[in-house]
Design a protein around this ligand. Structure first.
Ligand SMILES: Cc1cc2nc3c(=O)[nH]c(=O)nc-3n(C[C@H](O)[C@H](O)[C@H](O)COP(=O)(O)OP(=O)(O)OC[C@H]3O[C@@H](n4cnc5c(N)ncnc54)[C@H](O)[C@@H]3O)c2cc1C
Length: 425
């Protein structure tokens, strides 16, 4: 039977960044397991590439701020474009709260300007229709767009250089736990000897996760092979699939997988209103909740259909989605999109919690299990912040740059500990 120090379940942007951060801190024998490292269904490969720190909860602001600093420091490598986020408001109450939250964001060092209607038109000539219905906008010039695939590829490459093993086509289909008496059953992680209490409440070590069972899918025509991996520390980074893993050890998760679609839109250069510089245009979030930004010579536009039924649905509704939800909103705000074309699109999963904030930290009751998942539409922009702080927690027993405590799953036991995020798209 294989034995590892740290087993990371899921090789999306979160699991991969965490593996790299742990390896940088000297942890050896790290194994990342994924059903499909190509990421055909992984949210990390299917997202919109937006990166901002303008959230409403301090922990989300902070983890995104750390990530954005990291993206800026490697802007060439990650294709990071500091083209800003413009958020349009038509509802005076919502705008009033946005103004209020700006104080919190600025206190965290994030620049957010408030724009009046005339300023919006002057700075963003692409927005030339129905502006009278807007009450204002927020503009955060240091936010931007990133290439999430490049981010994940970078961390995998660097992690592999440090000896991290990535196993593709390994489907985690079982978890074996044991009950232990006191802390005597906990082994130390080789290579990092400060990790005696690997996770959970140090006084509650009633459960320990002992083995992960995987089915290794081998090429067609050969039978799948079963593997058992014994592990000291396990981290659940399974994104929208995290709750399936949790249920195997008797934990009930609040996360739901919800489909989100994105359309690629074509605008003929001749149809663009004069004065629009596509290289400098960043993410625009319309008051109708549609978002769009230039992408590789086209526009990427997304709209989250309200009341989407939760489930593992990867279908793309094609022209019907474009015609009903995307085009009317684009054309309502910008004459440039009046005659735009629908090229194609895709869908991926948001892992959604009731308060729209993610879940990260030790899992109470299972001494050697931690988790980082359910990051809704924020996983890429939060990836480095969450991974670096969690790696610190795993190797030292303490959080470093910021305290992930508020993101613990325990908060769902009492609604007054929830971390509601409103500006999710
Ligand atoms: C349409 C869309 C737009 C988005 N836009 C943005 C955006 O602009 N900015 C932003 O920051 N975020 C955005 N997000 C969210 C972001 O993509 C996710 O939060 C992030 O990618 C989550 O990363 P992850 O590593 O947690 O999960 P994933 O990338 O989903 O990785 C989970 C991995 O687990 C593996 N897996 C699952 N079950 C098993 C199993 N049983 N055994 C083995 N492996 C398994 C999967 O193969 C997958 O590789 C968007 C998401 C979508 C869908």
């Amino acid at each position: 039977m294989e034995r590892v120090n740290v087993l990371i379940a899921g090789g999306g942007v979160i699991g991969t960044t965490l593996a790299h951060e742990l390896a940088k801190r000297g942890v050896n024998d790290i194994h990342v397991i994924d059903l499909d490292l190509g990421g055909l269904y992984a949210s990390s490969e299917l997202n919109a590439g937006g990166a901002r720190a303008t959230w409403w909860q301090p922990i989300n602001i902070e983890t995104c701020r750390i990530t954005l600093d990291f993206f800026r420091a490697h802007r060439e490598l990650f294709g990071f474009r500091e083209t800003g986020y413009l958020w349009l408001y038509a509802d005076p109450d919502r705008f009033a709260v946005a103004c209020e939250k700006r104080t919190l964001q600025e206190a965290a060092g994030i620049t957010v300007e408030l724009l009046r209607r005339d300023e919006i038109t002057r700075r963003f000539p692409i927005l030339d229709r129905n502006l009278e219905e807007l009450v204002g906008a927020t503009w955060s010039p240091r936010d931007g767009l990133v290439n999430p695939n490049a981010v994940r590829a970078y961390h995998r490459r660097e992690a592999e250089k440090l000896g991290v093993r990535f196993s593709d086509r390994h489907f985690i289909d079982g978890v074996e736990t044991a009950r232990i008496d006191g802390r005597s059953g906990l082994r130390r992680v080789r290579g990092v000897d400060v990790i005696e209490v690997a996770g959970g409440d140090p006084t509650d070590t009633s459960g320990i996760l002992r083995e992960i069972l995987t089915t290794h899918r081998v090429p067609t025509g050969r039978r799948a092979r079963e593997t058992r991996i014994s592990c000291d520390v396990v981290v659940n980074c399974l994104g929208a699939w995290s709750s399936i893993f949790s249920s195997k050890i008797g934990l009930r998760d609040v996360t739901e997988a919800v489909r989100r679609q994105i359309a690629l839109v074509d605008v003929r250069p001749a149809d663009l209103v004069p004065g629009v510089d596509l290289d400098r245009l960043g993410m625009i979030v319309d008051s109708s909740d549609l978002y769009f930004h230039p992408e590789a010579g086209h526009f990427l536009a997304g709209y989250s259909i309200p009341d989407e039924v939760p489930g593992f649905d990867f279908s793309y509704d094609g022209n019907a989605y474009f015609e009903e939800f995307v085009w009317p909103r684009l054309a309502h705000r910008c004459s440039s999109f009046e005659r735009c074309g629908h090229l194609r699109g895709w869908s991926g999963l948001y892992a959604v919690t009731p308060d729209r904030s993610g879940i990260a930290g030790p899992v109470p009751g299972i001494a050697n299990l931690l988790e980082a998942h359910s990051l809704t539409g924020r996983g890429v922009m939060q990836s480095f912040g969450i991974a670096t702080v969690l790696a610190e927690r795993i190797t030292t027993g303490h959080y470093g740059a910021c305290d992930l405590g508020p993101l613990g799953r325990e908060r769902f036991e009492s609604p007054d500990r929830w971390l509601p995020e409103v500006l999710h798209i």
